[in-house]
Design a protein around this ligand. Structure first.
Ligand code: GLU
Length: 500
């Protein structure tokens, strides 16, 4: 293989969808595996769909995942600029070349005129069958064309698709793909305002940026024959293509859409998006408590496998194992439970201090001003019991404040008024011990007095934390301190009495 150069080419039309992250990831993995270059190119030629902040969002997402490009806007490189809006002057000459060679033509139809055509015929296509009955430099007399060009109104350039040709290319995932040119329309390649459309800008840039492999979503497969034709018309060799399978809804029916997040109640974007329009805002995976490496691992396996049954892979391992021929053709179902499982595994294996820094803001927002070391200890005790980092705090408020709510059912089942004196005695003895003495203060007392562990431990646990759900009780008491546990228990006994 020659020099591998791949690009991720998002349009900044809003937040980056999780499917886009997978496309970026596969490009990144392919580049790393082959000692190549991963490039970010911002395809912002459609100014009407441009959303401010989208480019920054894309870059921040890639940074969060740790899959940064080595060339791109903000990253530099020898093939820039990497924003298509800054390359506007480059494209026109290629449109001119296509026109000169008879492979493209000027079209003067207004948007309204085309709308009328579409209304009268739902199947309407601007193509070899219709073009001579429309307003363009192929159908109109030369004089008229000149006049219209000078007037400069509504001048678009369209690709002239040849008739009765079959256009084939090899796709790394879909195999040998053939389209009949008669199915293709004469796409606009340069608009009236001088801006190229996606199709022209995309192939010109892939050529000039020496892209070796185009790895992108399946939705672009049907545009590829147009691209292949343009490469041929311009006398360039086309890059290799790999069209990635769709990511399907959790039901397996249809493509996962941007709106599915709200519908199914989980994120479909990496980071939260805050805009002036509240209805457009949403929570990202990051803010919902996902770790980037676990999410990447999950995404990598949506359509690709390393060829064995290894599920947990670091980014380095993914790079090492990656190859395009292990990508499947069929769509991959987005299974949020699987994503949660990965997240849980990555939380369990994460460093406690790293987790603590991740949830520090959440703790502060909740009014819990504790040291980072304390937070790290909480993470250490809680991490086996959560699926998302956010739950470390929401499921364990008792590490930060005395419980306000108690598990009344268990109290009713377990509390006997004659045990009150023992609970008080245990609390008193907790007051006098350090962490090494906690176990003896509780279990020693129970045994010495001929009592049953099962009658007391649940009540002590509820007294300390309010709930039966939680990590090891002795360790919990050690962290909040035995004297704090003693105070809580004494107060809880009053509550137990009242409830009884
Ligand atoms: N700008 C296109 C997009 O938004 C890129 C498609 C391609 O990679 O060629 O997905």
């Amino acid at each position: 293989m020659g020099d591998v150069r791949v690009r991720f080419a998002p349009s900044p039309t809003g937040a980056l969808h999780i499917g886009g992250v997978r496309t970026a990831l596969y490009n990144y993995l392919f580049a790393k595996k082959n000692g190549g270059t991963f490039i970010l190119r911002i395809e912002d030629t459609d100014q009407t769909r441009y959303v401010p902040g989208a480019e920054a969002y894309i870059i921040e997402s890639l940074r969060w995942f740790g899959i940064l490009p080595t060339e791109g806007p903000e990253f530099g490189g020898d093939y820039g600029p990497y924003r298509q809006s800054e390359r506007k002057d480059i494209y026109k000459q290629y449109a001119d070349q296509l026109i000169r060679d008879g492979n493209a033509y000027y079209a003067f139809d207004t948007a309204e005129e085309l709308e009328v055509m579409r209304k009268s015929d739902a199947e309407f296509k601007y193509d070899g069958k219709t073009r001579l009955s429309l307003k363009n430099s192929l159908s109109l007399p030369e004089e008229k064309v000149k006049e219209l060009l000078e007037a400069g109104e509504h001048v678009a350039v369209r690709l002239k698709i040849p008739v009765d040709e079959s256009i084939s290319f090899d796709d790394h995932i879909r195999g040998h793909v053939t389209f009949s040119s008669n199915e293709l329309d004469d796409k606009v390649i340069l608009k009236g305002d001088g801006m190229p459309t996606y199709h022209l800008a995309n192939i010109v840039d892939d050529h000039l940026m020496k892209i070796s492999h185009v790895i992108r979503g399946e939705e672009w497969l049907s545009s590829t024959p147009h691209h292949v034709l343009m490469y041929r018309f311009l006398g360039w060799s086309a890059p290799s293509f790999a069209h990635l399978p769709l990511i399907l809804k959790p039901t397996g029916q249809g493509k996962l859409s941007k709106r599915d997040g709200a519908k199914f109640g989980f994120p479909v974007f990496p980071l939260s998006w805050d805009s002036d329009h509240e209805e457009d805002n949403f929570t990202g995976f990051r803010e919902d408590g996902y770790l980037p490496d676990g999410l990447l691992n999950f995404l990598a396996l949506l359509g690709w496998s390393p060829g064995n049954d290894q599920e947990m892979l670091t980014l380095d391992e993914m790079c090492e194992a990656f190859s395009l021929d292990k990508i499947v053709k069929s769509g991959a179902r987005f299974d949020i439970d699987k994503a949660l499982w990965f997240n849980q595994q990555y939380i369990i294996h994460a460093d406690n201090l790293k987790l603590a820094y991740m949830i520090q803001d959440q703790a502060i927002d909740a009014g819990y001003h504790v040291s980072i070391e304390y937070l790290a200890d909480v993470c250490g005790l809680m991490k086996e019991r959560v699926h998302k980092t956010l739950e470390i705090i929401t499921n364990a408020r008792f590490f930060f404040e005395a419980p306000h709510v108690f598990d009344d059912d268990t109290i009713r089942k377990k509390y006997k008024p004659e045990n009150k004196v023992h609970l008080i005695a245990i609390a008193e003895s907790l007051k006098t011990v350090d962490n090494a003495g906690i176990e003896l203060a509780i279990k020693g007392y129970i045994q010495d007095n001929g009592l049953k562990i099962g009658d007391f431990m649940p009540l002590i646990r509820i007294g300390v934390s309010g709930t039966m759900q939680g990590p090891d009780l002795i360790k919990t008491i050690a962290l909040i301190t035995p004297s704090e546990a003693a105070d809580r228990l004494l107060r809880a006994v009053l509550y137990f009495e009242k409830l009884n």
